[in-house]
Design a protein around this ligand. Structure first.
Ligand SMILES: Nc1ncnc2c1ncn2[C@@H]1O[C@@H]2COP(=O)(O)O[C@H]2[C@H]1O
Length: 563
């Protein structure tokens, strides 16, 4: 379906409105804004402390000190966020960061030892490492449809860009009037605010197993296996790594290009990176126009290509205006990746390992950024600046082109799952399910065709599947009479599975039927594993048995049958 511009704008506004209306998404998103504004303000303040204590060298070392724990600990700690409730991990993380930052404020205010501030920074970074993976894995649980998840990622991408601009700006304003300790104090307050908001996220979580004894390494390996075992997920992470290598390289390029190629002076490096920031804000607003199009794989490829192509072109056209324009395109690419990448991973990774998969991504990104900056320095020394820009800049577009067809195929898979999710959502007991659970059902659907007049099953048969009607009509026949006629979007066959009785009625095709069938294990685990859908299922069964129940089947659900 093609959308007109007016429809697109309405859909884009709808993305923000729907996040605002859903109280859980609103809290989760504002929590992200608080945490990320705190992170940026903290980074600026820490940079100043380090620079004052030991110059550029200390600045670099502190950067490294913060990057290394992220790379190592993200996959190792993310299993925590796959157990139990993910928002609790976010609350603990935000409290820890708030506390570490508040103590740093006091230490700086009292002119305490600088290494204590560094230690607090490392502690805070270790906690922060868990924030994005846990948040990325929380969002799908708060959504009901793929469209809602895409909207949530658009909004989060936008808030991410806003925090990247507002955090440092806030720090700059505070520094102009007060001192570093106040910046730390404000960053601490933003972290505590995030903790407060996230502690108020309330929803019924799908059942997740919590191992009696934590086995972090083994659980972390399961996250890596989930990526390695799914070629689409692996491809997306590989492209994200390429983008991060380019991002790392850009931190070096921005300085050298500003000073040597464009003669903009040291401040020029800031101006160039600000162009990326402006592009990212504009890009994330425009990305909201894409929410309804369902071509996330294609947009992901475009986003990845846009991360590199403008950098290569900067090597060909070394002019200031061109560079600013080109770098703003990099920001647009970044917004596309935020929308498409996070949504696709959220839809491909199984819920049970979702935070760990995002943890693997976090670590890959951290390592790749490091590799990228070293690579850029080495290439500049080896082949010169312009050729280095072209070489690094071509990495992303070349990989994105190579991946194009596979990503397009992924789009048709996601489209098919969307259609199945739509069908399943017409059945009342599936309606409350969060996106990852209903997708699990959608993936288990098998097509079954029954010609008009033929039985799907007979009364008294053993129940072996649950069915949803995709098209056609069916009669429910109990003790020889038609007790109900079902049509597209209706489901049947749940009573035998949920009550463990023989089929309470027969079902006959009134017209040619196209059905989608579910195995009892998948059906039972998903529907009964989530309290609101289990309740809806029991209510539905009670209602049907109230209208017709064969002898020997109690008309009401025994109170302990959901246990
Ligand atoms: N009164 C009714 N109205 C609609 N559907 C029914 C009614 N009674 C039974 N069914 C459906 O017919 C199915 C027959 O197999 P089950 O008993 O497994 O599950 C039953 C319900 O899904």
């Amino acid at each position: 379906m093609r959308l007109g511009t007016g429809d697109r704008l309405r859909a884009a506004a709808g993305a923000f409105a729907s996040n605002g209306r859903n109280p859980n998404l609103r809290r989760a998103q504002l929590g992200f804004l608080g945490a990320w504004t705190a992170e940026w303000a903290f980074t600026v303040a820490l940079g100043i402390v380090a620079y004052n204590a030991g110059g550029a060298l200390a600045l670099g070392l502190v950067g490294l000190l913060r990057m290394v724990p992220s790379a190592i600990l993200a996959p190792l700690l993310s299993p925590f966020a796959d157990r139990g409730r993910r928002e609790r991990v976010l609350v603990v993380v935000s409290l820890l960061r708030g506390l570490a930052t508040a103590v740093a404020a006091v230490v700086v205010a009292l002119s305490g030892p600088v290494f204590v501030v560094y230690a607090l920074a490392v502690l805070s970074t270790i906690a922060a490492t868990l924030f994005r993976p846990a948040h990325s894995a929380l969002l799908p649980t708060l959504c009901r449809t793929g469209h809602e998840l895409a909207s949530a990622n658009v909004v989060r991408g936008f808030l991410d860009s806003v925090a990247t601009l507002v955090g440092p700006l806030l720090a700059a304003v505070l520094l102009a009037f007060t001192d570093v300790s106040v910046v730390f104090a404000v960053a601490a307050a933003a972290s505590f605010w995030a903790a407060l908001l996230l502690s108020r996220v309330r929803y019924e979580a799908p059942a997740r197993s919590a191992a009696a004894r934590p086995q972090l390494v083994r659980e972390a390996v399961e996250g890596i296996r989930a990526v390695a075992g799914d070629r689409d997920l692996a491809l997306i992470l590989l492209l994200a790594a390429a983008q991060s290598i380019t991002r790392g390289a850009l931190t070096v390029f921005s300085v050298v290009v500003a000073i040597e190629l464009l003669a903009m002076g040291e401040a020029g490096a800031g101006t160039l990176m600000a162009a990326v920031g402006v592009g990212a804000v504009i890009g994330s607003l425009s990305a909201s126009l894409l929410v309804g199009t369902g071509r996330l794989g294609a947009w992901f490829a475009v986003g990845v290509a846009l991360w590199g192509l403008p950098i290569a072109l900067m090597g060909v056209f070394p002019q200031q205006a061109a560079a600013l324009l080109l770098l703003s395109l990099v920001g647009v690419g970044n917004a596309l990746i935020d929308l498409a990448g996070f949504t696709l991973i959220g839809r491909l990774a199984p819920d049970a390992v979702m935070a760990r998969v995002f943890g693997v991504l976090e670590s890959l990104v951290a390592v790749s950024i490091g590799v990228g900056s070293v690579l850029a320095s080495a290439l500049i020394a080896w082949i010169g600046l312009a050729p280095a820009l072209i070489a690094v800049g071509l990495l992303c577009p070349v990989l994105a082109t190579a991946a194009w067809w596979r990503l397009r195929r992924l789009d048709s898979t996601v489209d098919a799952i969307d259609a199945d999710v739509d069908l399943l959502q017409r059945v009342p007991m599936f309606r409350p399910l969060p996106l990852p659970s209903i997708e699990q059902l959608a993936r288990g659907l098998e097509p079954v065709e029954v010609p008009a007049g033929r039985k799907v099953f007979a009364q008294g048969d053993i129940g072996d599947r649950y069915y949803v009607i995709e098209s056609g009509q069916a009669d429910v026949v109990g003790d020889g009479r038609v007790v109900a006629r079902l049509g597209a979007g209706d489901g049947f066959g749940e009573i035998a599975l949920l009550r463990r009785t023989p089929r309470t009625a027969g079902v006959v095709a009134h017209t040619d039927l196209i059905l989608r069938a579910l195995e009892p294990e998948t059906f039972g685990a998903v529907v009964m594993g989530y309290a609101p859908s289990a309740r809806a299922a029991q209510d539905g069964v009670d209602g049907q048995l109230g209208r017709f129940s064969p002898p020997g089947v109690p008309a009401h659900t025994p109170p302990d049958s959901t246990a």
